[in-house]
Design a protein around this ligand. Structure first.
Ligand code: GDP
Ligand code: CA
Length: 310
């Protein structure tokens, strides 16, 4: 079965691990957020692509949700002791990948080509595509100023309330090679349980990706990143409250107007199901906490069942 899935880092890669257990990974194409990408210490870092890559390669740190398992931090501690930029944490093992990618980018290889090479080298069967090969930076406008994504998220610990999310360059940004084909060939489109504003938002800001979704002929199923109106991790609930006026499943569904047919919501949010239906989106109630491998797989199966039942 051919599946295209829009995804961010932590929540998205947890879900993808379950998805590739439930279906043949060769049919899965992950279209990954690049709005978080940054240049740091002279390196071209793509955090969400790396979370997905490490998770699917079985190398990710499941607990932390980003970076590699069994990581050590000697290099970044040296950077810190020398007064270098150490606020963005890069582990020693992770740095090896950043070096390879940075060199390839400097040599002129597009991000999608480098990603394909890394995916193959790590033995990942699924296809991993950046949403775009062109820079598409996420910016947050807050009462305390405007910040690029990583400065707001990591350095300022997403404490500033967000008035607006902007994507620099999005208007003219084209999808990376393979993205539109994957969306057109898919028998099912999924939106991972990722932050709708800063993980899925930048992907949908690429006009041709959004219009491909609007014109889809196959079902699009989103999985909620909220449980009992709260994010499992990160600022999704605060953003939903401030930008969408509430944190129910219906507020989440409104982040994807005309783009989704089904929304998988947690049992704790079952009371929101009617409000979701009212929006023309079919709610599916399931346990959505991905605490271990069986839970991740069951959630993926719930999303797949949603289509079988449609
Ligand atoms: P980021 O790019 O690393 O911020 O990752 P994502 O946007 O892909 O994921 C962040 C979202 O994942 C948060 O809003 C979390 O609530 C959600 N998330 C993390 N773990 C789980 C889980 O076990 N279940 C569900 N439903 N959502 C989760
Ligand atoms: Ca991210």
């Amino acid at each position: 079965m051919k599946i295209a899935i829009l995804t961010g880092g932590v929540g998205g890669s947890r879900f993808l691990c379950g998805l590739v257990e439930a279906v043949d990974p060769a049919g899965v194409t992950a279209i990954v957020n690049v709005g978080d990408d940054l240049e740091i210490l002279g390196l071209s870092v793509s955090p969400d692509l790396d979370s997905v890559l490490y998770a699917l390669a079985g190398l990710g740190d499941e607990e932390r949700g980003w970076g590699r398992a069994e990581e050590t931090w000697n290099a970044i501690e040296t950077v810190e002791s020398l007064g270098g930029e150490a606020w963005f944490r890069l582990g020693d093992r992770d740095l090896g990948l950043q070096l390879v990618r940075t060199q390839a980018r400097r040599a002129g290889q597009p991000l999608s080509a480098v990603t394909a090479r890394l995916t193959a080298a790590l033995g990942v069967e699924a296809t991993i595509l950046p949403a775009s090969d062109e820079p598409l930076g996420t910016w947050l406008d807050t009462p305390n100023g405007s910040f690029p994504f990583q400065e707001w998220f990591v350095s300022r610990r997403h404490r500033d309330p967000v008035d607006r999310v902007r994507f620099e360059g999005a208007a003219s940004t084209r999808p990376a090679p393979g993205v539109l084909d994957a969306l057109h060939e898919a028998e099912l489109i999924l939106i991972a349980p990722s932050n709708p504003f800063v993980s899925i938002g930048p992907i949908l800001a690429v006009e041709r990706i959004r219009s491909a979704l609007e014109r889809r002929r196959v079902p699009c199923v989103a999985v909620s990143p909220l449980i009992a109106g709260r994010a499992v991790k990160g600022p999704a609930a605060e953003m939903l409250q401030r930008l969408q006026g509430g944190t129910t499943a219906a507020h989440l569904a409104q982040c994807y107007p005309g783009l989704i047919d089904v929304l998988v919501i947690d049992e704790a949010d079952a009371a929101d199901a009617d409000a979701v239906s009212t929006l023309g989106v079919r709610p599916i109630v399931a346990p959505t906490l991905m605490r271990d491998a069986p839970a991740r797989r069951r959630l993926a199966e719930a999303a797949l069942d949603a289509v079988a039942l449609a």
